[in-house]
Design a protein around this ligand. Structure first.
Ligand code: N7H
Length: 482
């Protein structure tokens, strides 16, 4: 029995959006900020409100437009807020119970912040003195106390909301209670690439269904308990060790990920599979699909290993209903290292008696940056910044985002070697080790899985990020706000 009026909307329902601004800020005067926050809370969209918005949108879409033109956009906008450990410290709020399994001893999690975690996430950087300094954008090397995310249908409506929020916190006046560190605008891609990330693959297909919340989830991986995403609920590994105000909140892992698209395309074409009956383009499409585990359309290799199947990709009842079970120890259909097999190994672990419930995350990212230009395509070289504003929610960072990135994507021996005839290699999409040489990846050729290709410099480059906590409405009103 979740209180949908108490949970911030993006966590469970995901804001409907064409554009989203992430606004990173520092708190100036803690007491005054806490008062302003009180007035700001009504602007926040809860899960209950986002569900209503979605109903509106559905109704709107079904309406026949007599002019035959596209129906106008609907002026709906969603706002959420989350704080870093530095933010809670500035506010004088005790967040010591916002720890998880890994947050003991010397390991880094919410309380240490992401910058200290960058080296162990495999980000590029250099050791200076005793510190590792990641190659991040300057903004993310500053202290960030919190983030607002504002999502909607158009820039105009999102920008208006940002203005309203700035008024609320008196930004730009002598009484300002927050200061902007940076804001980043994300946009879904145009035309038929809507919903596709910059490499061209359909995204946003597979997120965990929540027991008791998602009424009729399409068939696929087992639904999870609410506590996998929300603190203090059944399924949170530290359910009984949370402070009451932390219940119904969720950790938000944010990553600023640039994508080197022309370079990725060049690699895929150079390594295209030359199999009987396949054109160069089809060979490249198959090779690319084997790096991701899905075709650009979204159809999974586990169900359609040799040819794309757009009908399957559109069919919500089939496109996530696979488990890699037919080939638990093999990689003919889908490589072990393929991005979606690394980040959700399904039967690879479950059929060995290992639950993956605790490793599920709710992904809520959006693309940023322009489309690839003709010049970039011709020169096979990125000239404009573009990529993914990666964001995901979970009740434990150490079993969620951190575990997926460090123990699976960055680990060449996962799934474990004992089970597999070949060493899998790093996740070709997000796997990283801080070096130019990312090692060999196997399984790229369906006929001879032992053939490997060498992964060099990453195509997904991390240039910033932070760990935040997205509190419940009650906590915002009674504990954080004054
Ligand atoms: Fe990934 N991509 O285009 O290749 N991702 N991802 N991801 N990702 C997924 O199933 C991509 C990133 C997960 O349940 C799809 O919805 C890119 C990070 C998880 O089967 C595609 C970037 C992390 C899943 C991409 C990126 C993850 C998933 C298929 C960076 C966590 C669901 C669409 C720029 C550490 C797996 C779908 C499942 C799916 C891509 C980042 C995790 C196409 C380009 C950093 C858990």
């Amino acid at each position: 029995n979740l209180d949908l009026n108490n949970i911030q909307g993006d966590i469970l329902s995901g804001f409907p959006k064409k554009t989203e601004t992430f606004y990173f800020f520092q708190i100036l005067d803690p007491t005054k900020f806490r008062k302003d926050l009180h007035d700001f809370v009504p602007i926040i969209k809860t899960v209950a409100q986002v569900l209503k918005d979605r109903e509106e949108i559905d109704k709107h879409r079904k309406k026949k437009d007599p002019s035959g033109r596209k129906p106008p956009t609907i002026p709906l906008v969603g706002v959420n807020i989350a704080f870093s450990h530095l933010g809670f410290t500035k506010l004088g709020i005790d967040d010591t119970k916002l720890i998880d399994q890994a947050n003991q001893g010397t390991s880094t999690g919410f309380l240490d912040g992401q910058r200290k975690d960058a080296q162990s996430l495999g980000d590029r950087g250099a050791v200076q003195g005793t510190d590792f300094v990641p190659d991040w954008d300057e903004e993310f090397k500053q202290d960030i106390h919190g983030v607002l995310n504002i999502a909607g249908d158009s820039h105009a409506i999102v920008d208006r909301k940002v203005q309203l929020i700035e008024q609320c916190f008196k930004v730009g006046t002598k009484d300002a209670t927050i200061k902007k560190v940076t804001s980043i605008r994300g946009d879904t891609r145009p035309g038929d690439q809507d919903g596709h990330e910059h490499f061209g693959y359909l995204d946003g297909i597979s997120n965990p269904a929540i027991i008791g919340f998602d009424k009729n989830p399409p068939p696929g991986p087992a639904p999870v308990r609410a506590g996998v995403i929300l603190l203090g609920q059944d399924g949170d590994l530290r359910k009984d060790q949370r402070d009451p105000w932390q219940v119904d909140g969720s950790f938000l892992a944010f990553r600023l990920l640039f994508q080197r698209v022309p370079e990725f395309d060049e690699f895929v074409f150079a390594n295209r599979l030359q199999l009987p009956g396949l054109s160069d383009k089809e060979g490249a499409d198959l090779f690319g699909a084997r790096l991701v585990g899905r075709w650009k359309s979204g159809a999974p290799l586990d169900l359609s290993p040799f040819f794309d199947d757009p009908d399957l990709a559109r069919d919500e009842s089939r496109r996530n209903n696979f488990h890699f079970s037919a080939e638990r120890n093999f990689q003919k259909l889908c490589p072990f290292a393929a991005h979606i097999r690394k980040t959700l190994p399904r039967a690879d672990l479950e059929e060995n008696g290992i639950s993956i419930e605790k490793n599920r995350i709710m992904r809520r990212g959006i693309q940023f940056g322009p489309e690839v230009t003709r010049r970039e395509r011709q020169n096979k070289k990125t000239e404009h910044g573009r990529g993914l504003l990666f964001a995901c929610y979970q009740s434990n960072l150490s079993t969620g985002f951190q575990f997926i990135q460090k123990s699976w994507a960055n680990n060449p021996n996962f799934p474990p070697f004992e089970q597999t005839p070949e060493t899998p290699g790093l996740d070709p999409i997000i796997g990283q080790n801080g070096q130019d040489d990312r090692g060999p990846v196997s399984g790229v050729n369906p006929n001879t899985p032992s053939i490997t290709v060498a992964l060099k410099e990453e195509w997904v480059v991390s240039r910033g990020g932070e760990y935040f906590f997205s509190p419940s409405i009650k906590a915002l009103k009674e504990t954080i706000g004054l």
